[in-house]
Design a protein. Structure first.
Length: 104
């Protein structure tokens, strides 16, 4: 690959990464969004995190078999309850790490 191709590739990847963040900011920053939309948008990071974590908690390795007896699943439950009650990210991470270290 030539230098020009690498440069085009880099610029393309940068624009594909940057434009989806920039365009909504430019078009929506001057508008007042409805409260229901703002509430809905605030839930997107939580939904993405749940979608990424849930399979690793309840699905066993390469077999793709549902396994609710996995240690990770049972450690996640008290960690989730602690996070919900205290709203402490640092405390939740420490509790989850400690429980995983003790029982994992």
């Amino acid at each position: 690959m030539t230098f020009e191709n690498y440069l085009l590739l880099l610029l393309g990847m940068g624009s594909v990464t940057y434009l989806p963040r920039l365009l909504p900011l430019l078009f929506l920053s001057q508008r007042e969004l409805p409260r229901w939309l703002v509430d809905w948008l605030e839930l997107i990071p939580v939904a993405i995190l749940a979608a990424l974590l849930a399979p690793s908690l309840v699905i066993e390795g390469d077999s793709g078999r549902l396994d609710l007896l996995r240690t990770e699943f049972w450690i996640a439950i008290p960690t989730l309850l602690f996070a919900w009650k205290t709203r402490s990210l640092g405390g939740s991470v420490l509790l989850g790490m400690m429980l995983f270290w003790l029982f994992g």
